[in-house]
Write a protein that binds this ligand. Structure first.
Ligand code: CP
Ligand code: NVA
Length: 310
């Protein structure tokens, strides 16, 4: 990971297919070593400052535990505990933190805020979710697909729901891995056009494909993996009712899963809202791998931390 050392991780931009593959292999190795109770301290003494401007369960805890397991430690910083909440600039915050810690993780709304932080910092900045991207999630997602399907290239992944941050990173990751991604969103909730273009470009080299339909049944046809996310993301609370109307026929339920391959798995980045984007039956059913997927955040991020800081 010589190329990645000291770099920020805001999106999967700049990652090559073989680099992502190596990251997943490292994550698998770290997972198996953890299961055998064999953990070294490759990041002994390293520190990660984590700024959360939105709530988090998985991202926060998996980074905290992951960093600790690698020998390092974290500082959890809510915006309102920082002078950032009183108007100190992101740039000054980045320069100050760069003097104290080895890396910064930030979860915020506008992606531009993360970019500003990264531009001013002299240490790696990690995107812990922005309105544009959730790249840490996508790495864990690929690890989960690799484990459950035994491969990535040629796997048919179907994403049903909102064209949001989670889908954007999944598009990019799928492109790098040569996955066949079929997407269904309601009209007006399609993913970002630039990310679409970029994914298609990468797929020209990796053999992946990108297809789109407004019909969830068409998108789910023959899928090896069916994936969904919340209909209203954090910060979209005021659109909740309108979105529930628009997304009504996009629920992942047994009827939709019947269109997928018989051995298809169900994935969701969580938190999930049973009875909205997914039924309790599917989420709790035999095809669901959502808790393995959530666990994989830990292993994938430990690999990422090693690549950026090791
Ligand atoms: N999937 C995910 O990022 O979960 P949290 O919001 O709990 O971190
Ligand atoms: N799309 C969701 C993902 C949460 C992990 C959100 O942004 O709220």
């Amino acid at each position: 990971f010589k190329e990645k050392k000291g770099k920020s991780f805001l999106t999967l931009d700049g990652w090559q297919p073989d680099e992502l593959e190596a990251l997943l292999l490292l994550a698998k190795q770290l997972k198996s070593e953890r299961q055998q109770g064999m953990m070294g301290q490759p990041l002994k003494g390293k520190s990660l400052a984590m700024i959360f401007e939105k709530p988090s369960t998985r991202t926060r805890i998996s980074f905290e535990v992951g960093m600790k397991e690698l020998g390092g430690y974290t500082l959890h910083l809510g915006t309102n505990e920082l002078q950032l909440g009183r108007g100190e600039t992101l740039e000054d915050t980045a320069r100050i933190l760069s003097r104290y810690v080895d890396a910064i993780l930030i979860r915020t709304c506008e992606h531009a805020r993360i970019q500003r932080l990264a531009d001013a910092a002299t240490i790696p900045v990690i995107n812990g979710l922005s309105d544009l991207a959730h790249p840490c999630q996508a790495v864990a997602d690929l690890l989960t697909i690799l484990e459950t399907k035994g491969k990535l290239k040629g796997v048919k992944l179907s994403f049903i729901g909102d064209g949001n941050n989670v889908l954007h990173s999944l598009m990019h990751a799928s492109a790098l891995a040569g996955i066949h991604l079929s997407i269904a969103t309601p009209a007006g909730y399609e993913p970002d056009a630039d990310i679409w273009k970029k994914a298609e470009q990468i797929m020209g080299q990796t053999g992946g494909t990108l297809t789109f339909s407004h019909d969830p049944h068409v998108a789910a046809e023959g899928a090896d993996v069916v994936y969904t996310d919340v209909w209203a993301s954090m910060g979209q609370e005021q659109e909740k009712e309108k979105r529930q109307q628009s997304f009504l026929s996009y629920q992942v339920n047994a009827r939709l899963m019947a269109h997928a391959a018989p051995d298809a798995v169900f994935m969701h980045c969580l938190p999930a809202y049973r009875g909205l984007e997914v039924t309790g039956e599917v989420l709790e059913g035999a095809q669901s791998v959502v808790f393995d997927q959530a666990e994989n955040r830990l292993h994938a991020q430990k690999a990422l931390l090693m690549a950026l800081l090791g």
